[in-house]
Design a protein around this ligand. Structure first.
Ligand code: NAD
Length: 295
């Protein structure tokens, strides 16, 4: 069992840290929110007074923070993780952040002799609580092997994507496919309605034809064909539209930075910008069908 410093105990980090405690790891935890720290203390973790203190004298540091700027501050800022960790400590950042920041922080860690992996997750709060997340891991083979048993305590699938930043790249490429296919699926159902084609009939045919995708068969944006999809529950998330927009923005930032041409990714981002600006941040991302219908 390992001694782990865990920083960022929000909607995702809280249940992930709890799973590590339950699997027998010893946790030192820090968050800017006292309530979040208290909840982990009650679950058996030890409170740290700062990110630096959480990183001191542990085998592994895990971070689950909102965005690249928070990850940079926590690792490279004064009194942060890199300044305080003992030699040989492994760093795992599971936040969803931009590829450039992930590579920058990993380079800063390596320059001081530390191994680091970016390990963003697929799966939401329910998967974090159940310990069934999928981790996409970027870093060296050696760092991946060290991170794997820690990540196994929080997830069901741990996949090595390649070098630094490729975990983040996998996450945003996957979610760009998801955003685009969801809009395509919504447009098809909205068109079918105008053409007098029944929802279930379109589902039965497209799910066995070349229009098949996860957005259709696992997360159908109209009520009926897939009973577990948020469409059956008035588009309660699920996966909030604001989260989808965050990931589509990261994909476009990465495309701009790398010089990749992603016109549909940009269109999808702009449509989710319009959808969230109309007060739908907390609506499931499949609820965009109502905007596409003109409602
Ligand atoms: P959250 O806002 O609930 O939690 C983030 C936590 O980080 C907060 O408790 C905040 O107080 C803490 N924090 C911020 N700055 C800090 C600092 N400098 N030091 C210590 N703590 C600090 O966010 P979340 O939903 O848990 O998401 C975390 C990450 O996981 C994000 O990058 C998000 O995109 C990603 N993600 C979220 C989901 C989801 O469904 N919520 C799914 C997949 C990935």
């Amino acid at each position: 069992m390992a001694t782990i410093g865990f920083i960022g105990l929000g909607n995702m980090g809280g249940p992930m840290a709890r799973n590590l405690v339950e699997k027998g790891h010893e946790l030192k935890v820090f968050d800017l929110s006292d309530t979040a720290v208290k909840a982990l203390e009650d679950a058996g973790a030890t409170r740290a007074a700062s990110a630096g203190e959480a990183a001191r004298d542990v085998d592994v540091v895990v971070t689950m923070l909102p965005a690249g700027k928070h990850v940079k501050t926590v690792y490279t800022g004064p009194g942060g993780v890199i300044e305080n960790a003992a030699p040989g400590t492994l760093f795992i950042d599971s936040s969803t952040i931009d590829v450039d920041s992930a590579r920058e922080v990993a380079a800063a860690a390596e320059a001081k002799g530390f191994e680091m992996v970016d390990a963003p997750v697929s799966g939401g709060v329910a998967a974090a609580a159940a310990g069934t997340l999928t981790f996409m891991v970027g870093g060296s083979e050696a760092a991946f092997k060290r991170a794997e048993p820690i990540l196994q305590a929080m997830g069901k699938a741990i996949i090595h994507a390649g070098g630094h930043g490729t975990g983040q790249a996998a996450k945003i490429c996957n979610n760009m496919i998801l955003g685009i296919t969801m809009i395509a699926t919504c447009e098809a159902f909205a068109l079918a309605e105008k053409l007098g084609l029944d929802h279930q009939k379109l589902f039965d045919i497209a799910s066995r034809a070349s229009g098949q995708s996860w957005s259709l068969t696992s997360y159908c944006p109209v009520p009926g064909p897939v009973p577990t999809s948020p469409a059956n529950n008035d588009y309660k998330p699920g996966f909030a539209a604001a989260m989808m927009l965050k990931d589509l923005r990261l994909a476009q930032d990465a495309a701009d930075s790398a010089g990749a041409n992603t016109p549909l990714g940009r269109d999808a981002m702009e449509l989710y910008e319009k959808f969230t600006a109309a007060g739908n941040e907390n609506v499931d991302f499949s609820g965009i069908i109502n905007m596409l219908r003109g409602k």
